[in-house]
Design a protein around this ligand. Structure first.
Ligand code: 8X3
Length: 252
């Protein structure tokens, strides 16, 4: 009997990462949940196992290269890596944005993805059929006022995906970039506005059905479960009410 393929999901403690872990587990992967918040991923792993699927939890900060390298030693062969960890901090104009926020967003979104991808690439290659997913954003494709450091970091992730795909062509590993637009999750906007729930709520005010974490997880799971020779290079997914980063239909 063939071994159950393994999928590693970073940032699996909430939102898109948690939803993706649930859906990949239901699709037949043994999921390895990573995030800094151990209690959350342990609870999610227990929930997935109780549902009759397979999950384990491993506390990991993707910006800590030593810890990432140590984590990677557990994998000789790996089917799927979903680089989801990341996020936004602040929505200030370039003129007044805090360089510390820019630096932190670059660290978590770009260097975090780089660390985990580099560390697990040998195992993904060894599997003979590996898939790397990079969760960028529509912010990685064009900018908007106040996007600043987040847009810069997401452009960095987009370039990482495009460059890696060029460099590893001919190996049995594909690189899939999923770029969501407006997704309403429990934490994204609240983290961006440092706990200011009023500001966070305004992001989605009057928008008829922003995407949910499950919508994006569904997209990721679809892309990952295409036949091996099919590479969904870049998939942009937005709610119907959003035509571009700056064109969003809102009811009064
Ligand atoms: C999230 C999309 O518009 O907040 O990555 O930048 S946006």
């Amino acid at each position: 009997m063939a071994a159950t393929p393994i999928a590693v999901v970073t940032g699996a403690s909430s939102g898109i990462g948690a939803a993706t872990a649930r859906q990949l587990a239901a699709a037949g992967y043994r999921v390895v949940l990573t995030a800094r918040r151990k209690d959350r991923i342990e609870a999610l792993a227990a929930e997935i196992n109780e549902a009759g699927h397979q999950a384990t939890a491993y506390a990991l900060d993707v910006t800590d290269r030593t810890a990432v390298d140590e984590f990677a030693t557990a994998f000789r062969s790996l089917a799927v890596l979903v680089n989801n960890a990341g996020g936004a901090l602040g929505a200030d104009p370039v003129a007044t944005g805090d360089p510390a926020d820019w630096r932190q967003m670059y660290e978590t979104n770009v260097i975090g993805t780089l660390n985990v991808t580099q560390a697990l690439l040998p195992a993904l290659t060894e599997s003979g059929d590996g898939t790397i997913v990079i969760l960028s954003s529509t912010a990685g494709l064009s900018t908007y006022e106040g996007g600043g450091g987040y847009v810069a970091a997401k452009h960095g992730e987009h370039v990482l995906a495009e460059t890696l795909r060029l460099e590893i062509v001919g190996t049995p590993v594909r690189v899939i970039e999923v770029a969501p637009g407006m997704v309403r999750t429990e934490e994204f906007a609240t983290t961006r506005f440092r706990g200011d729930t009023e500001k966070a709520a305004k992001v989605y005010a009057g928008v008829d059905a922003p995407l949910t974490a499950d919508d994006v997880a569904d997209t990721i799971t679809w892309a990952v479960t295409r036949p091996s020779h099919v590479n969904i290079d870049l998939l942009v997914v937005r709610p119907r009410a959003q035509a571009s980063n700056t064109k969003v239909h809102r009811t009064a």
